[in-house]
Structure formats: structure tokens, C-alpha cells
Design a protein. Structure first.
Length: 118
């Protein structure tokens, strides 16, 4: 497993941008598929984006497609989520997750709050 720590959350106005980072420890990061999820108050956790271990494949929820970009830097053991054109409905706690394969996540971060004001 890898240990994950998110950062970069905050308060932003609608239309603004934020970049989330997820720093991973452990030698297995380069072989791990990584994902971002979010959970808004009173709602279930939902998938946002995912990236394969090599970074060659990415996947997005329809609600963020065209606005968010997931990327990774295996030399820095870090995965990123660039969020543009933010909307109030993007307000949530964002979690980073890692696992042996896409959709199979064993490790989770503690989450970082993103608040988008209208």
C-alpha cells in the first residue's frame, strides 16, 4: 500500500481554478493506478477522475469532463487534479486513492476541502 496526503484545497469563486496534489510515500507508487473522488455534504462519495500507473490512460466523470485534468509525476510520487471553470456543485471533500488497478483502490488519503462560492 501507499500512504497518501492531499493538499491544495481551499475557497474559490465560481469560474476559478484550483490544483490539488496527492503526495504518495512508498516504492509501489509507480505501479499504482490513482484516482480522485469527492464527497459533498449529505451525498455519497463519487468518482471524479483516474489515471493508469504509466499515465497513458485517464478517465473522467461526465460532470467534470473538459474542466478537470488528472496527471501524475512518478519521479515526484505525486498525482494532480487540475480543476478549471469550477462550479458551486464542485464543492466537496476531495480524496485521493491508489491501488493495484483502476477501480481497485486500497489506499485513501484524508481528504482536502474544496469550496466554490457563487
Amino acid at each position: 500500500q501507499v500512504q497518501l496526503v492531499e493538499s491544495g484545497g481551499g475557497l474559490v469563486q465560481a469560474g476559478g481554478s484550483l490544483r490539488l496534489s496527492c503526495a504518495a510515500s512508498g516504492r509501489t507508487f509507480r505501479r499504482a493506478a490513482m484516482g480522485w473522488f469527492r464527497q459533498a455534504p449529505g451525498k455519497e462519495r463519487e468518482f471524479v477522475a483516474a489515471i493508469s500507473s504509466s499515465g497513458s490512460s485517464t478517465y473522467y466523470a461526465d460532470s467534470v469532463k473538459g474542466r478537470f485534468t488528472i496527471s501524475r509525476d512518478n519521479a515526484k510520487n505525486t498525482v494532480y487534479l487540475q480543476m478549471n471553470s469550477l462550479k458551486p456543485e464542485d464543492t466537496a471533500v476531495y480524496y485521493c486513492a491508489g491501488g493495484q488497478d483502476l477501480g481497485q483502490y486500497e489506499s485513501w488519503g484524508q481528504g482536502t476541502q474544496v469550496t466554490v462560492s457563487s
